[in-house]
Write a protein that binds this ligand. Structure first.
Ligand code: DNO
Length: 389
């Protein structure tokens, strides 16, 4: 597989020359400054592409070209927004940047409740605590009917937590769940928003009456409309799985397991409609057998996110070491390398190691933590290659 790295553009404290020194071959990035729904012009794309190439690298994957909420819930302006999306794809095609990652998660992208969870070795990692998240849902968002999403035992724990949680902890939880993890990926909420909870609730209300079936139909509609431009320019669309891979906050999620993935690949049965195989997201559901899914969907996988999780009996999960946990990354490297030795992969979500903690990196996107994991996976790839020679 080709070793790529998620880089956040010219302002990223991790520079392209640092990346060349650690064996990175390709860059994964986006035009982060362009607001969601607006057109990516050919000039802006070429400017960034040339910047990357001048550093001796290539722009391998777009992550992400974001899909506007209205396209997902089927709003009145969805056709205009899909038209914009098509123009952006056309411009990417003209520039020769032809692997595009996106997601179809309503309102909220990836979710964690703690961005600095202590690991036994003194480093920190990302964490999802089911009870804390339920507390956010029931007592901070105060979503109507939220209690029905949790078991009686879970609700007892949620109420107990709500008795002791401080205002400062609640503020930190809001910041983690809907601001810090979302803002830097062109999410709906940014650090500058004064009333993130109110804004978030307003966005959620747009999905009233949108169930799993309706969301699927909206995704099919979107894919059908963009396939002609993808065919013209050989653009490989690759949807990112839901993280975590199950419905949250009463919102449907439709890319969480093998049945979902089979549905979306068949709904528009074209090789340009493909998958980002995010081992970390998929491994967070106990029912998902990650290597089995990798083998099944390898031929439609255009991009791979290598990370792993450890899930406890309550459903809480943390990022595991990249050679451990439910992601089974060694197996995955074997499967994907065999399928296509040039398939782009990137290390996802490193721990905060050593002075990473002082650097204010985007959550999950540390330098030392990701570099360490890349070295681990590089070793795995070299070993597999030599054993199969
Ligand atoms: C989180 C990322 C996701 C991913 C998007 C793709 O760390 O993996 O935000 O980039 O879901 O659209």
């Amino acid at each position: 597989m080709k070793k790529t790295w998620r880089w956040f553009g010219k302002k990223d404290a991790i520079t392209l020359s640092m990346l060349r020194q650690i064996g990175v071959e390709g860059i994964v990035t986006a035009l982060h400054a362009i607001p969601n729904g607006e057109i990516w012009t050919l000039d802006a794309i070429l400017d960034l592409k040339h910047y990357i190439e001048n550093a001796g690298l290539e722009w391998s994957v777009v992550e992400s070209l974001p899909v506007s909420e209205s396209i997902k819930y089927g709003g009145a302006d969805r056709d205009r927004l899909i038209d914009n999306y098509i123009v952006s794809l056309e411009n990417l095609g003209k520039a020769g940047v032809t692997t595009v990652c996106y997601n179809f998660m309503p309102v909220i992208d990836w979710i964690r409740t703690d961005l600095r969870h202590p690991a036994p070795d003194g480093s920190t990692t990302l964490y999802f605590d089911k009870i804390r998240f339920a507390c956010f849902d029931c007592f901070i968002l105060q979503r109507e009917g939220a209690e029905q999403s949790y078991s009686v035992e879970e609700m007892q724990q949620v109420r107990a937590l709500n008795q002791v949680i401080t205002q400062a902890e609640k503020d930190a939880l809001i910041d983690t769940v809907i601001v810090k993890t979302q803002g830097f990926i062109n999410g709906n909420i940014s650090e500058a928003d004064q009333q993130p909870v109110a804004l978030f609730k307003q966005l959620m209300s747009r999905y009233d009456g949108i169930d799993k079936a309706a969301l699927r139909e909206n995704m099919r509609y979107f894919l059908q409309r963009i396939m002609p431009v993808c065919n013209r320019y050989d653009i490989k669309m690759c949807v990112h799985p839901d993280d975590p891979p199950f419905p949250v906050l009463g919102l449907p999620r439709i890319v969480g397991n093998a049945e979902d993935i089979a549905w979306l690949l068949n709904a528009v049965d074209d090789p340009h409609n493909g998958l980002t195989f995010c081992a970390g997201s998929l491994s967070a559901a106990i029912a998902n057998n990650v290597p089995e899914m990798a083998a099944r969907f390898a031929s439609r996988t255009h991009f791979v996110h290598l990370r792993s999780t450890a899930v406890d009996s309550q459903g809480n999960f943390t990022e595991a070491d990249h050679l451990q946990g439910r992601g089974h990354l060694i197996e995955l490297v074997k499967i994907f390398d065999k399928q296509n030795a040039a398939l782009p992969m990137r290390i996802d979500h490193g721990r905060l190691l050593s002075d990473d903690k002082d650097k204010n990196y985007n959550p999950g996107y540390s330098f030392l933590g990701r570099m360490y994991a890349l070295a681990q996976i590089d070793g795995v790839m070299a070993t597999i290659k030599s054993l199969s020679a």
